[in-house]
Design a protein around this ligand. Sequence first.
Ligand SMILES: [Fe+2]
Length: 156
Amino acid sequence: MKNSIGLDKSKVKTLTEKLNDLLANYQLYYQNLRGFHWNLKGNDFFTLHVKFEELYNAAQLSIDEIAERIVTLEAVPLHTYSDYVKQSSIKEYKNVTSSHETVSKTVENLKILIDKERDALKIADETGDESTVDMMTELIRFQEKTIWMLNSFNHK
Ligand SMILES: [Fe+2]
């Protein structure tokens, strides 16, 4: 059985579950970045305050793209905080203020997102869904580069 964009319905169902899981994790990643942006203390404040804003703005765009891809694939994107918190492997961080810790926690969150994107990419490939493959590739490339830069910043 094909959906209205010619993809196998049962494969797409598995894919949209993966994308919803990714979406939930992205929302927690996003909110963690907001917390870091606000609560950071110390000499790196001006550098990282701006960097976290840049990252959460990028995350906001990705969140919308992922959610709208889910709708395009004829499923419903998760859209409540309670679902996000329940679903996400990325956990909430509270009262993190040091530059070293905010950066290392951001790297940890990004690694989780990349794992989930690689997984979604594999399923998208098996589904013949090149648009989602392309989207995942772009997200992974950006996040891998971000990890490099954040690790360079934290290098002792
Ligand atoms: Fe701000």
